[in-house]
Design a protein around this ligand. Structure first.
Ligand code: PSU
Ligand code: MN
Length: 303
């Protein structure tokens, strides 16, 4: 049996035309944001990609079928579905083989994007090394994926709920280029500056596309992480966020939240503790990432 990837109408057309396509993940929809903001954001992200001249391909597994690009009704159903699985590299094959429905994390979205011939992917923030990982060993499979699957991922840095130093060290060990867009400092998701220097910096979509091609020419596996700072007007200052993150982390620990549940739990508590402000920032940064990803995808279609 050959694996079939179901493409939306617009992705089919874009592929036939050799037009730029941007992959989008679905875990952010099902596990990262509450309804109805999750649906509104997913629709706005898709429209932002279109407005920037590319075609969005939201990736998910629906009833055992791989999808690259969802029709509007499929997106609506996914955004309202409860008890959808969160799929990373380890979970994909079982979900498909069982005919189940699942949302794809950064890692799983990269795998499917690559299978569908899509080189660029926009998200909010990647998973990384959790604080206390020296005890829990909780390191997101997103990092390993960046080391082995050749997709350029545009994110706003790793989330401040993580241990950013350790995340950067692991990415360096894995040979993943972490490229800050237009600044020397590493962005920290809800704010522009993590207080850490970024290992690499590029200032244009054309330069990022050239680096993507160069990795392929060198025969290097894996992708690149583009760390695109949240727009200034949308950022939440560290002084506001740090105590809230500390509270959310303490609650996760006292409630024994582990494994896959950690990231959704923390995002939801931070949303509640900031009266929704973390969500506004999250939406702004995802849209910003979608725009840059569309520009990179457009550059990659030029020779
Ligand atoms: N960043 C967000 N919202 C999210 C995620 C990241 O702003 O929902 C999701 C992504 O799908 C990412 C996943 O791949 O969380 C990481 O989960 P974990 O830490 O369990 O690997
Ligand atoms: Mn984890």
């Amino acid at each position: 049996m050959t694996l079939k990837i179901h493409l939306s109408q617009e992705v089919q057309t874009a592929q036939a035309d050799g037009a730029p396509i941007v992959a989008l993940e679905s875990t952010i929809i099902t596990h990262g944001m509450p309804f109805p903001q999750n649906l509104e954001t997913a629709q706005a992200v898709e429209q932002t990609v279109r407005d920037a001249g590319a075609t969005p391909a939201t990736i998910a597994v629906i009833n055992g079928n791989l999808h690259a690009g969802l029709e509007p009704d499929q997106l609506e159903q996914l955004a309202q579905a409860t008890s959808v699985a969160k799929l990373s590299r380890a979970d994909l094959a079982v979900c498909l083989a069982q005919g189940n429905t699942g949302a794809t994390t950064v890692a799983a979205t990269m795998i499917i994007a690559h299978l569908a011939g899509i080189d660029v992917f926009a998200t909010g923030g990647i998973g990384g090394v959790h604080r206390g990982a020296e005890h829990s060993f909780d390191i997101s499979a997103d990092l390993q994926e960046l080391a082995q699957t050749p997709v350029t991922v545009v994110a706003a840095g790793a989330k401040a709920i993580l241990d950013l130093n350790k995340t950067m060290e692991v990415l360096e060990t894995l040979g993943v280029p972490v490229i800050a867009f237009g600044q020397n400092q590493l962005p920290a998701f809800w704010s522009q500056d993590a207080g850490l220097a970024a290992p690499l910096r590029l200032d244009s979509a054309a330069d990022i596309a050239a680096a993507h091609r160069m990795r392929a020419d060198l025969g290097l596996p894996g992708g690149q992480l583009i760390a695109n700072p949240i727009p200034k007007e949308a950022e939440i200052s560290k002084s506001i966020l740090d105590p809230i993150i500390a509270k959310a982390l303490a609650e996760a620990e006292s409630q024994n939240i582990t494994a896959k549940a950690v990231t959704p739990f923390l995002l939801n508590r931070i949303f509640e503790l900031t009266d929704g402000k973390s969500l506004d920032a999250n939406i702004a940064l995802v849209l910003n990432n979608a725009r840059l990803a569309a520009e990179i995808a457009t550059e990659l279609t030029k020779n």
